[in-house]
Design a protein around this ligand. Structure first.
Ligand SMILES: *[C@@H]1O[C@H](CO)[C@@H](O)[C@H](O)[C@H]1NC(C)=O
Length: 217
């Protein structure tokens, strides 16, 4: 098997396509384009989220956090996300042209941008969470400045810890979303989903619409 064949077979495995006739080995660049199936949005083994979702993941949730350090981490993460989406798109186009080696290279580049984006977002969320919770009362979790997925994972962790301590309730401070382009509105249903899965009764604080009170025992 030649190098190109080899690379192509890797990409083919990633892409999960089986349109090649039996016994016919695609050889990448030299081969004239073959009749194409409709192209799926993104090759399969690459992180399965379609590009729109990857970009949606960057949505600023509770973008009312004006701290420069925080904003710059999020902005850099967004740039990495854009670079990632561009690489995956170009990788897919290269694959469609049967340029397997290039497709693979672009895919690896895209994944590198994705990892950097995730590291920057993790840093931003850890930082804002620490900032906003250093003065929180015990049993209270301030989720300001977190993306929906981050808010869910911080809440999940805190709930488990609170249960282990034997706490009877935890207060999740979601905020009212007045300055956040409606993003806070997405956190509440996502949290309610989590609490349903964990089988934990909860209610909005009658004194404060931005707080979800979760009964642990
Ligand atoms: C969270 O922390 C950031 C950075 O210190 C600050 O700008 C923001 O006002 C805090 N938000 C809340 C709700 O405490």
């Amino acid at each position: 098997m030649g190098l190109l064949d080899f690379l192509f077979s890797i990409v083919k495995a990633f892409c999960g396509e089986s349109s090649q006739p039996e016994g016919e080995k695609p050889t990448g660049v030299q081969r004239p384009p073959q009749p194409q199936k409709p192209v799926s949005p993104l090759p399969g083994a690459w992180p399965s989220t379609p590009p729109q979702d990857r970009l949606r993941y960057q949505d600023q949730n509770q973008a009312n956090q004006q701290n420069e350090h925080y904003l710059s981490l999020r902005a850099k993460a967004n740039q990495e996300g854009d670079a990632m989406a561009k690489c995956f798109q170009e990788s897919h186009e290269a694959y469609s042209r049967r340029e397997g080696a290039l497709a693979k290279e672009l895919s690896e580049k895209g994944k590198k941008h994705e990892r950097t984006m995730e590291a920057l977002n993790a840093e931003a969320s850890a930082w804002i969470f620490r900032e906003n919770n250093s003065d929180s009362k015990p049993g209270e979790l301030d989720l300001h400045g977190l993306y929906v997925k981050e808010a869910i994972s911080f809440s999940d962790k805190a709930i488990k810890e609170a249960r282990q301590r034997g706490d009877s309730q935890i207060r999740l401070i979601v905020g009212k979303g007045l300055h956040s382009n409606g993003q806070v509105a997405k956190i509440k249903p996502a949290l309610e989903d989590l609490l349903r899965k964990l089988n934990l009764p909860n209610e909005v604080d009658p004194q404060n619409g931005g707080v979800l009170i979760v009964q642990l025992a």
